[in-house]
Design a protein around this ligand. Structure first.
Ligand code: GMT
Length: 368
């Protein structure tokens, strides 16, 4: 098959999943990745072509973000015709699914479109009155529609008037890359990785760590960056924790930090999937998450991690202490986590599901 994948290039899970999927699919198919910048996990050399969406700089457009969706449509048309694409797979509905739909129409239905919903493109951005009608239309009129968790599927069907089903194809992680590294040291390493947005509830991690660090020799590592970082750094300083907390910013080889950690926190208010948690689990790192959304589908409470109520800092601290002060429990949870990743979230299994979906979409008359 000749496949075009459109995604965001930034440090979000949807861009990571799209890029990793492009790597996997390009072993068997002709693959074209389309975005406005090189995605973070793309690397310097790839087995497929990266097409950069060029944005016209024009004074009238300074405050009009829609110019990206239009430029993406034109780039998609270009790639569809010059490479005779069969499938355009849009990751993140806003605006990628809309651009894919319009490109298909401009190209006289020469391709089939597949849209993968990642979370906030459905229940936050996509549901906002500014985008809802167009997101709904684009979901309904994509030839195939997938969601990364059962939670996201159900929520999307509830929130949008669409009369079609959504197939759940979960995210995946490379177990060769994300694996356990040496943890032979006195100090326990606790870790969190995100885009530092309020939905991640990073202050809960700090408050929990304030309790944990009084009981055990531990260090907290933050990977990533985003709007909440200045506030979080101030909190750490105000609580006198600066010597025990490191802000690493964006890390290219994230597995080298996560792999040597003893525990991973993801206490989000909402999370459609939680790719960062899955990467930790692949590294045999137990996860403490919240009982919300897709996290409940990934983490099994008391088996490979713990699930706390949103904002229950005391429970988060208690669960963390149970893990870091009991090395046999830590090892058992870590082994269980990796087993689950190998069984349910292995790259080849998920690649095969997308291939099957592409084939079904190509050879049946779609749009329900
Ligand atoms: O809105 C975000 O958090 C960014 C978005 C993205 O583009 O990565 O994250 C969503 O997609 C990820 C990949 O499928 C999921 O792992 C995240 O759970 C999801 N974020 C939320 O639902 C908050």
């Amino acid at each position: 098959m000749r496949i075009g994948i459109a995604c965001f290039p930034t440090y979000g899970g949807s861009g990571i999943v799209a890029t990793e999927l492009a790597h996997l699919l390009s072993k068997k198919h002709e693959l074209h990745l389309i975005s406005y910048d090189r995605p973070v996990r793309l690397g310097e050399e790839t087995e497929f072509t990266f097409h950069k969406v060029e944005l016209l700089s024009y004074p009238l457009f300074d405050r009009v973000p829609c110019c990206y969706s239009l430029a993406l449509i034109s780039k998609l048309c270009d790639v569809i015709t010059s490479h005779n694409l069969d499938i355009v797979h849009a990751h993140y509905a806003v605006p990628n699914a809309t651009s894919a739909y319009l490109a298909k129409k401009i190209c006289n239905d020469a391709v089939k479109t597949v849209t993968t919903l990642h979370g906030t493109d459905s229940y936050l951005v996509g549901s906002h009155p500014s985008y809802k009608a167009v997101t709904q239309f684009s979901m309904q009129n994509s030839d195939a529609l997938t969601a990364v968790s059962e939670y996201l599927r159900t929520r999307t069907l509830q929130d949008f008037s669409i009369t079609r089903d959504i197939e759940v194809i979960p995210n995946f992680v490379d177990p060769q890359r994300f694996r356990r590294l040496d943890r032979n040291r006195e100090e326990k390493i606790l870790c969190h990785s995100s885009n530092f947005r309020p939905i991640k509830r990073i202050p809960d991690i700090i408050h929990a760590f304030n309790i944990i660090s009084k009981e055990t020799n531990s260090r907290l590592l933050f990977i990533g960056d985003g709007p909440e970082r200045p506030k979080v750094e101030k909190m750490v300083a105000d609580l006198g924790l600066s010597a025990r907390v490191d802000f690493l910013g964006y890390v290219q080889d994230v597995e080298e930090v996560v792999g040597m950690s003893d525990l991973f926190f993801l206490p989000s208010e909402d999370e459609s999937f939680g790719l960062a948690a899955l990467e930790a689990m692949s590294c045999e790192v137990p996860v403490i998450a919240t009982k919300v959304g897709g996290l409940k589908e990934i983490v099994s409470h008391g088996i490979d991690g713990y699930l706390a109520e949103v904002g229950d800092v005391k429970a988060i601290a208690q669960f963390a202490l149970e893990i870091v002060t009991d090395s046999s429990r830590q090892r058992e949870f870590g082994r269980n986590a990796r087993q689950k990743v190998l069984k349910k979230y292995a790259p080849d299994k998920i690649r095969a599901r997308y291939e099957k979906l592409y084939e079904k979409t190509l050879y049946t008359s779609t749009v329900q």
